[in-house]
Design a protein around this ligand. Sequence first.
Ligand code: CU
Length: 440
Amino acid sequence: MESRRSFLKAAVTMGAGIWASAKASAEPNPSRAAGGAQPKRAGAKASPSVESPDVPQLAWRRDGNVKEFHLVAEPVKQTVLPGRTLDLWGFNGNAPGPTIQARQGERVRIIVENRLPEPFSMHWHGLEVPFEMDGTPGTSQKPITPGGRFVYEFTLHQEGTFFYHTHMAMQEMMGLLGAFILHPETPYDPPVERDFVLMLQEYAVLANNTIPNTMEMEFNWLTMNGRAAPAATPLIVRLGDRVRIRLINMGMDHHPMHLHGHTFTVTGSEAGRQPQSTWAPANTVLVGVAQARDIEFTARYPGEWMFHCHLPHHMMNQMSSRVGRELITNGPLSPAQARQLMYHKMEMHNEMEMDVAENAESVPGFPQDAYMQQHVHVAESELEKPETHRLPAGWSRYMQGMMTLVRVLPPALYDEVMTRREPAASSQHAVVQQAVEERP
Ligand SMILES: [Cu+2]
């Protein structure tokens, strides 16, 4: 019963959006004991917990001074878009896996089970851990065999945006990734009201298949937190909030992530917080493979601001040059076929008015965005959730691939959306709790 209560307490803490500080300060703190940390600033705000839209949070069990987590590497069915479910490999039923949040100075134990059909080992990307905890198969440990488990345990002395992933290269391209957030002992300055993490991944899946071809280097599913636009859940912020977005890239391509309507600063990398003297204004940040970047900005301007990878091919879903009978794809289509495709798409949207010029077929280069239509048609009603409340009709039509929205909402609308969101957020946490409790 006690463990159930502490699980629920953990869940509530996450849901409340404030990273525990009163409880934490009563616990032994190795880094403070070692004299390595600064005292808290008077009046410093507690760090908010990090939200990972569409990705669960990983619950933990307290065992003395150790915070204990369970991760299970396993095949998962991941719906990247309504109607499009891929066979990926992930953790605890999700790809990417659940988000780990811990505090600088804490000791953690992570029990990792392998329910994959082949050997695997877990690497803690960027964490300075003892060599035998590094998860490199063959040198630091033997790989975890199918059905086996390995217990990782170490003390966290860093802060920032880190991640965990398999150390088998092709397995990385099946989805085995998760965020590992380390909250600083001394809250960052300036404080933020909202803190998000987005994991950027890509898969190469033939149109009539569900399993990524990890040898392929042309990627046609680009995801943020396991969802392709327009299914990625928008980030909800209140007008005037200071916001942090942590970006993690685990794939084969670099992603220039661009925010509309606001100027941000890059405040951190995969190695933690950067000194303020290095911060520079930007609206696009290149997140290279195996890198993390933290950006921060004040949400000054109300609107439904797009936040997306700016590589044109990463703003599409299910590109393919292979044409099948029932399959509408981009690639070697004749102008007439492409024109028909435009009609087909308008039919699907019940919009019969022609938005292609009468002389379109005679214009060199036509069609271009006929190549970019929703091959998997998603009705906007399937995208309804608290976070899409009161978006204008048709908002999803031009969103694909690695795109999401940062909704900067005036206080009244912000409160309305958050009130609608509350029951869903709580039930998600309850499910996560239950899943953890059921494990041996
Ligand atoms: Cu990209």
